[in-house]
Design a binder for this molecule. Structure first.
Ligand SMILES: NC(=O)c1ccc[n+]([C@@H]2O[C@H](COP(=O)([O-])OP(=O)(O)OC[C@H]3O[C@@H](n4cnc5c(N)ncnc54)[C@H](O)[C@@H]3O)[C@@H](O)[C@H]2O)c1
Length: 340
């Protein structure tokens, strides 16, 4: 089995590469990544040096750069490559269309020509927003798509293309729609690493709006396990919702991290809300649990402890990335990481 992992130098992709190389050492792995600001070769460098993984620097948005893959003998593509930060999609939606829609079309075209399997890593954000009133409601595979941000609209467009290639050309495709991931190697602009790093430096953390927005947090290793189950045992043309079953508001996340770090000051500063900020995401993962035996192994308590410990012991990984953080100009008071 030879797997092409696109976007494999990013957060979830590099965790997946490591998980797979450990779980299936007999497989061959080819990682393709453009190494954007969010891609980091050092995330997989050790595996490349150990000969467990090969790396190609290329752009999925450029079909000519994908041509070199035609003679590689690949059996399966797992696509993580994407522009992923919602705030950046609000300022530069065009880049999200190019990579997240046109790039996926280029990969699907390649998979179609090579007659190989294609798995798309998608998001629960394609379903829009749940309200904060009926907390029993959850997203599941039959929930209609209703994306609200340029990021989620681009991911929704890609999902539709994936399904279209399955129905039109008979391509073997699968999709996973997962909730918010956290864990090691997550770029510091994302909420949990941003909060952990800020608080270890004695800084404030910005909380958008009233801070009551809820996300269903998924430890990245559980997500990797779910994708493993889907590519080995999933059904062609199907989507699978993957969640961690751990709903937490932004305020709760900030308080839990502050508590774990033993902070002696109040770090939260409430700021102007993100435009179009979705209120709540929650996943019903009954389908993947029933069909494929998926069960998250990490509680939020154990996952966040591991995550905090990883960031505390690996400042050499995240310190060089801090200069790439965008200044958050909606913030007018407080001492923040991105405005240092
Ligand atoms: N992080 C989450 O909580 C989350 C939740 C749901 C879904 N997802 C999806 O999972 C996937 C991975 O997310 P992540 O958090 O690891 O993202 P990330 O931003 O950390 O990594 C994305 C990777 O894709 C690469 N990339 C970007 N544009 C590329 C291009 N044109 N060609 C080749 N490579 C390119 C980047 O260099 C980077 O290595 C994405 O598709 C994202 O939409 C993420």
């Amino acid at each position: 089995m030879k797997i092409l992992i696109t976007g494999g130098a990013g957060f979830i992709g590099s965790n997946f590469v490591r998980y797979m190389a450990t779980s299936y050492p007999d497989y061959q792995y080819l990682v393709l990544d453009k190494l954007t600001y969010a891609g980091n070769y050092s995330n997989i460098e050790e595996l490349v040096e150990q000969g467990k993984v090969r790396f190609i620097k290329a752009d999925i948005g450029n079909p000519a750069e994908l041509e070199q893959l035609s003679s590689e003998g690949i059996n399966q593509i797992v696509n993580f490559a994407a522009e992923t930060h919602v705030d950046r999609s609000i300022t530069d939606p065009g880049l999200f269309i190019r990579t997240n829609i046109l790039g996926v079309n280029n990969l699907l075209d390649l998979a179609r020509r090579l007659e190989i399997r294609f798995h798309q890593v998608s998001t629960d954000e394609v379903f829009g927003s749940l309200s904060l009133v009926n907390l029993d409601a959850k997203f599941l595979e039959t929930t209609p798509y209703d994306p609200r941000s340029p990021y989620s609209a681009s991911k929704a467009g890609a999902d539709h293309l994936v399904n279209a290639y399955h129905h039109t050309y008979g391509l073997w495709t699968t999709i996973s729609n997962c909730s918010n991931n956290y864990g090691p190697y997550c770029y510091p602009e994302k909420l949990i690493p941003y909060f952990v790093i800020s608080m270890t430096k004695g800084l404030n953390v910005p909380v958008y709006g009233n801070g009551k927005n809820i996300r269903d947090w998924l430890y990245v290793e559980d997500h990797c396990r779910a994708i493993d189950q889907i590519i080995h045992h999933g059904r062609a043309g199907e989507s699978y919702c993957v969640g961690g079953g751990e709903e937490k508001s932004t305020i709760e996340i900030a308080d839990i991290i502050a508590d774990q770090l033993g902070l002696d000051y109040e770090p939260k500063v409430f700021t102007k809300d993100r435009p179009g900020h979705d209120q709540r995401y929650a996943i019903d993962h009954t389908k993947i649990s029933t069909e494929l035996g998926y069960k998250p192994q990490y509680s939020f308590e154990s996952g966040i402890r591991q995550t905090i410990d990883w960031y505390l012991t690996n400042p050499g990984w995240w310190e060089p990335l801090l200069s790439g953080l965008k200044k958050q100009d909606f913030i007018d008071s407080g001492k923040f990481l991105s405005s240092l």
